[in-house]
Design a protein. Structure first.
Length: 163
């Protein structure tokens, strides 16, 4: 069964932090092929976002997290099949050597490197907001080429990109 274009898919991601930096995944498949992203994935039927993020972190990294902290929500809208609601969590962990991952290559990235590696445009704003104590709700709108054209923080009303 295919999902109709425009229908939002639900996902949960977790930004894993340690003294070594952020444990990110350089994706080996779409979406975001070749870009560094937090670990995470789709919500399974009858699964809460918190349950999903704990499961996805374990599946992709082998790390067990118990109390991820919900920091924000990202809604992505496009005229293509790229339409998501993403729950964004953080978890502080002890640095471990990255393991093999079917989704790509796990790598420790220092915050200073974030400006030098390929990341989704929205993620730069997310990492910036994580340095603040406030919750965020981002509304990202893309064109037919899945290029970000506007980004608004719905919680504060701030226009971060476009408009």
């Amino acid at each position: 069964m295919s999902i109709p274009i425009g229908l939002k898919k639900a996902a949960a991601t977790c930004i894993l932090r340690s003294e070594a930096g952020l444990l990110l995944l350089r994706r080996s498949k779409e979406p975001n092929l070749g870009k560094y992203v937090p670990v995470g994935g789709h919500l399974e039927p009858f699964e809460t976002p918190g349950e999903a993020v704990i499961r996805e972190v374990k599946e992709e990294t082998g790390i067990s997290i118990e109390e991820p902290r919900l920091r924000g929500i990202l809604t992505e809208t496009s005229p293509t099949e790229y339409n998501w609601i993403i729950y964004i969590y953080t978890a502080d962990i002890t640095a471990i050597p990255p393991v093999e991952c079917a989704e790509g290559t796990l790598e420790w990235v220092t915050p200073e490197r974030l400006d030098t590696i390929p990341i989704p445009t929205t993620d730069g704003f997310i990492y910036d907001y994580l340095s603040r104590p406030e919750f965020f709700i981002f509304d990202a709108v893309y064109n037919e080429n899945v290029e970000l054209i506007t980004l608004v923080d719905e919680w504060s009303g701030r226009v971060l990109l476009g408009r």
